[in-house]
Design a binder for this molecule. Sequence first.
Ligand SMILES: [Zn+2]
Length: 81
Amino acid sequence: MQLTVFLTACPACDRVFYEFENAELDECPYCGAGTKGANIERSEIVEFAIDHKTGLISLDGSKTTVISPSGQAAGMVADIV
Ligand SMILES: [Zn+2]
């Protein structure tokens, strides 16, 4: 199983926040604008994987990127693996 985290840009206030895939927020945590059905820009930033035998969580740091509110890639952040 893998769990993906998105970095999401709010279409109303342009701030970015984090969401789990398949558990997207209904509204922006900053300005409260509804995000359902909006043209949201989501960038996949990291995937979690679980070892089903040990329960250990691992992170795929190769997907760890940061975007600016304009959606432009701002480069890699520190490896979190
Ligand atoms: Zn907002």
